[in-house]
Design a protein around this ligand. Sequence first.
Ligand SMILES: NC(=O)c1ccc[n+]([C@@H]2O[C@H](COP(=O)([O-])OP(=O)(O)OC[C@H]3O[C@@H](n4cnc5c(N)ncnc54)[C@H](OP(=O)(O)O)[C@@H]3O)[C@@H](O)[C@H]2O)c1
Length: 150
Amino acid sequence: MGHIVMMGRKTLETLPKRQLPGRVNIILSRNKDLQIPNCTVVNSVEAALRFAAMIKQPGQQLFIIGGSEIYHQTLHLASRLCLTVVEVWLAGKSNCISQYFPDFNKDHFNVENIALYPRDGSHGFHTIEYVRTKFTGASQPKLDIPFHTV
Ligand SMILES: NC(=O)c1ccc[n+]([C@@H]2O[C@H](COP(=O)([O-])OP(=O)(O)OC[C@H]3O[C@@H](n4cnc5c(N)ncnc54)[C@H](OP(=O)(O)O)[C@@H]3O)[C@@H](O)[C@H]2O)c1
């Protein structure tokens, strides 16, 4: 709570309250006329990052919370990945998945925290945090704020 979240317009539309309350919500859309209550709509990743850097209060962090389109465009900039891995047996239904978290080079990260959780029904899951140790030319941090992908 209290941090800044950035997400694509399609992810916002899946949220029951059409925002994450108690956080600054930055929504990416190419629609220049789009207005969403209690959210700031921006038209590019660069504009989102500039806006986040401008409004950031001490201690605030920026969380990129998806979806797939946004992860693909920003993952190379993230200093930390906070992943929840859900183990699902798809039994031949993998063709029903249309969006994926991008592949990333694990050699560029250290694993900082792993937490295992009891199975929830038929699903096992764990959380894992990767902290970036290697920034390549394309992944030089452009912000002086912690920038996480969730
Ligand atoms: N499992 C998870 O952790 C997780 C997390 C988040 C989301 N999701 C799921 O992922 C799905 C949505 O992901 P998605 O990849 O389809 O969509 P998305 O990334 O949430 O949103 C895509 C939209 O963002 C806007 N956009 C993308 N790049 C932009 C750019 N460079 N500049 C300006 N606007 C840009 C466009 O909006 P306009 O069309 O308005 O121009 C585009 O249609 C949902 O089903 C959601 O539930 C899963």
